[in-house]
Write a protein that binds this ligand. Structure first.
Ligand SMILES: C[S@@+](CC[C@H](N)C(=O)[O-])C[C@H]1O[C@@H](n2cnc3c(N)ncnc32)[C@H](O)[C@@H]1O
Length: 443
């Protein structure tokens, strides 16, 4: 197919790829177009041509899909934060379910029937409790832009509000704008502190409070179903899962390499008078061997909640070798969890052997997170229960992770602004590949 940048095209969209781009074909050549819906016929203009695919920008929707709705955000399609606001929320959930099922089938070799429907967020807008905004000097306009990276290039889209952020974050955005940062090229995080949890300013906390009960409930249910008496909570942050599930086990240990988060985890446990657990500041992959010697594996459940890049291979191999009673995998990146899962499925059982005893349960939603729960029952490799819980944001956001500089309460500029030079991300070429090099993969 001889396509050139700038060529006008007309095509029908037949799928939504992971990340939200529509997939159409011209003579079997794949073209990705953003902000479209399967079934739509659109006019677009080629912006990038690669060996096996091309990208195009949407010019006009010729035949709109019935699921098309007016986006709430005035910056939608310019701001790179959201990809799905033009799709009715119930349809978003169906498309996200399909994306996850496709990914699991292709990468993880898991039958799509095993992926349960996505459970929606009770609050599709104004749910996000943490956002990162950037400042950038716009030379030609002689103006400091404050906002998110744009959808079509790496410049900053100036914003006055974010429809997916919690209201108090929108107040903070206004305060930032009223007290603009000293210069461009800075990035900073606005955050709502979770009530009742001590969280150091640079430490992690789940970024959708509205889905926390669903998430915790699911993990606790699986834990209870396993009958495990001991819990190892790896990548534990400020102790969230271990503390929430403490009542279901005799004892637990949380492992986290952020020493300040571990200090906070101890405080969080103490406030709740939870004294059957301990918290260790260490890398999970380094701490696990000793922990698995300490706890009887046949009675131990292991929670994994790693960052986007997934688990260290040696950690997964160790779990395979030691066969704890249950592994609960909470993940924020379907591509890496599929890869990690592929390893697991190879270790455990072929689809044929697992089908009869495999089961799936609900999927819950929370900013693009996906929970895969491999619930191993008694004999590794013979009986396996698989639970996949999907948490994806109602309106997916591409906000990259950054340093947390501003916390809640009265807004003021931090004395130590992290002057991270803006990185030139290759978002446009990201295919949800988990390469850890572009903003889409570094979230
Ligand atoms: C997705 S967060 C999960 C935190 C926690 N489970 C929660 O729900 O709040 C991942 C955590 O893993 C930590 N982390 C990243 N790599 C790690 C490693 N190799 N060993 C231990 N902790 C790690 C990060 O600091 C972060 O707190």
């Amino acid at each position: 197919m001889s396509l050139k940048i700038g060529d006008p095209i007309s095509l029908t969209i037949h799928d939504l790829a992971f990340g939200g781009e529509g997939v159409g074909r011209l003579d079997e050549f794949v073209i990705f177009v953003p902000f479209v819906i399967p079934g739509e016929t659109v006019e677009a203009q080629i912006t990038e041509v690669k060996k096996n695919f091309a990208r195009a920008k949407l010019l006009r929707v010729v035949t709109p899909a019935p699921e098309r709705v007016a986006p709430e955000c005035r910056y939608f399609t310019q701001c790179g934060g959201c990809q799905y606001q033009h799709i009715d929320y119930a349809a978003q959930l169906r498309y996200k379910h399909k994306q996850i099922a496709d990914l699991f089938e292709r990468v993880g070799k898991i039958s799509p029937e095993r992926v349960a429907p996505v459970i929606g967020c009770p609050q599709p807008y104004h749910y996000r409790n943490r956002i990162m905004i950037r400042s950038q000097w716009n030379g030609p306009a002689k103006k400091l832009e404050i906002g998110f990276i744009r959808a079509d290039n790496n410049w900053v889209q100036d914003i006055e509000e974010c429809k997916i952020a919690e209201p108090s974050l929108n107040e903070q955005i206004l305060q930032v704008r009223a007290n603009p940062p000293p210069r461009g090229g800075l990035k900073f995080v606005l955050r709502v502190q979770p009530e009742g949890w001590s969280v150091p300013k640079d430490s992690f906390f789940q970024n959708n409070f509205f889905l926390l009960p669903e998430l915790v409930g699911t993990v606790k249910n699986f834990l209870a179903a396993s009958g495990a008496r001991h819990l190892i909570d790896l990548y534990c942050g400020v102790g969230f899962f271990g503390i929430e599930a403490a009542g279901a086990v005799e004892n637990f240990v949380g492992v986290e390499y952020d020493a300040l988060a571990i200090k906070a985890a101890r405080e969080n446990a103490a406030i709740r008078k939870i004294n059957n657990g301990e918290f260790v500041a260490a890398k999970s992959e380094e701490a696990l061997p000793e922990l698995l010697k300490k706890f009887p594996t046949e009675n131990t459940s292991v929670i994994l909640d790693p960052p986007r890049k997934g688990c260290w291979p040696s950690l997964l191999e160790l779990l395979r070798a030691t066969r704890p009673a249950q592994v609960i995998y909470v993940s924020c990146h379907p591509a890496t969890v599929s890869l990690n899962w592929r390893g697991c499925s190879r270790w455990t059982c072929s689809p044929r052997r697992s089908t009869s005893s495999a089961w799936l349960t609900c999927a819950a939603e929370n900013s693009r997170n996906l929970n895969l729960v491999l619930n191993r029952n008694r004999i590794w490799g013979i009986k396996i229960m698989i639970t996949i819980k999907i948490r994806t944001s109602p309106i997916e956001t591409e906000l990259a992770n950054g340093r947390f500089l501003v916390s809640t309460g009265k807004f003021r500029w931090p004395t130590t602004i992290k002057t991270t030079p803006e990185t030139r991300f290759s978002r446009a070429s990201c295919r949800g590949c988990s390469c850890s090099r572009c903003s889409a993969c570094m979230r």
